[in-house]
Design a protein around this ligand. Structure first.
Ligand code: FES
Ligand code: FE2
Length: 347
């Protein structure tokens, strides 16, 4: 949607891949407009502070790790992981206001999750159940992309797979079933669920062999897509009368993708993704093939969405006109607006 972007702050935002965070190497990321420095201390724990020194406002991401603490490398203030200044060079008195915000941070499912909202509400049980590289059942690859576009446009894209038929006919080999049939859309407490059969898709493993695909995914605030996909012989969707496949029905292919959209600023975003086959349905070679398809497909989305952002920027007052298949998009945007209102953002 084209109005000023709304960010849910009381939610876990993905800040990066856990395996990319080397010890004692601070990195800077802006999450929903808030600059954050993240680092792994000597002891292995992950910390996140406001990336702005309380002294003369230099970025702490240019700082030096010292044990569990971080020293600002402008004039040497030392900050504990709780954001409180513990040392001012040559000064014994430390003012009570010598502190910066500390953000709750959790390392889980191979991602670093940061809660930029009210720390008292940061319940790790609210972290969506992504599939990380520690999951025994999947052989995953991963990547990330920076967008010169609002996160809201990427949420809209991921809450409506109609676009697969047009944007991804080459990469995913998506046929027009994606545009002509509708998913069942259900509200979750903090997200939206999409479920549907898509008939006679070209298979991922062998582009010649069509399959019926059971596509079911959840889209959680603040922008986390979790999607298992299973394929079956053509005719299965008809035979089941569009009911979900029973768990014991043998599939010809099973994959899982976890994707996270993080709003950096109102007009820039970072997109993290992993994808790969279930161990019973593939190997590293198939994983690599899927990652090749993903690289092509996600570049297709980025090109379209950045071009869309450029058109919107030319006339921000111009409003979109939703179609029937935007049901998920509308419901997700309503959910975001409600959560933002509950945070007192007056959206
Ligand atoms: S700006 Fe950080 S110590 Fe001066
Ligand atoms: Fe897409």
């Amino acid at each position: 949607m084209t109005s000023r972007p709304i960010h849910v702050r009381n939610a876990w935002h993905v800040a990066g891949w856990a395996m990319d965070l080397a010890p004692e190497t601070p990195f800077a990321i802006t999450i929903a407009g808030t600059p954050v420095v993240v680092w792994r201390s000597a002891g292995g724990g992950v910390r996140a502070l406001e990336d702005r020194c309380v002294h003369r406002l230099a970025p702490l991401s240019r700082g030096r790790c010292e044990g569990e603490a971080l020293r600002c490398m402008y004039h040497g203030f030392v900050f504990g992981g709780d954001g409180v200044v513990t040392e001012i060079p040559g000064q014994t008195r430390i003012p009570v206001q010598a502190r910066v915000r500390a953000f709750p941070v959790v390392e889980r499912h191979s991602w670093l999750w940061i809660w930029p909202g009210d720390p008292a509400l940061a319940d790790p049980a609210l972290i969506p159940p992504a599939v990380g590289f520690d999951h025994p059942d999947y052989i995953l690859g991963r990547g990330q992309l920076d967008y010169a576009a609002s996160a809201g446009l990427i949420h809209d894209n991921l809450c409506d797979f109609t676009h697969l038929s047009f944007v991804h006919s080459a990469s995913f080999g998506a046929n027009e079933e994606w545009a002509r049939t509708r998913p069942k859309v259900t509200m979750l407490p903090r997200g939206i669920r999409f479920e549907r059969w898509v008939r006679a898709q070209s298979g991922m493993r062998s582009r010649q062999e069509p399959v019926d695909v059971w596509s079911s995914y959840d889209y959680h605030v603040p922008g986390v897509l979790l999607m298992p996909s299973a394929s079956y012989p053509v005719g299965t969707a008809d035979r089941l009368g569009d009911a979900p496949p029973p768990p014991d029905l043998p599939a010809t292919g099973v994959t899982f993708t976890s994707q996270a959209v993080t709003a950096l600023t109102d007009h820039t975003s970072r997109y993290f993704f992993s994808w790969g086959p279930h161990r019973d349905h593939g190997d590293e070679a198939l994983r690599d093939m899927l990652m090749g398809i993903a690289a092509q497909a996600f570049a297709e989305d980025k090109a379209m969405i950045e071009a869309q952002q450029a058109v919107i920027d030319r006339d921000p007052a111009c409003q979109p006109m939703p179609a029937d298949f935007d049901k998920g998009v509308v419901l997700y945007n309503r959910l975001v607006a409600r959560l933002a209102r509950e945070e007192g953002q007056g959206a």
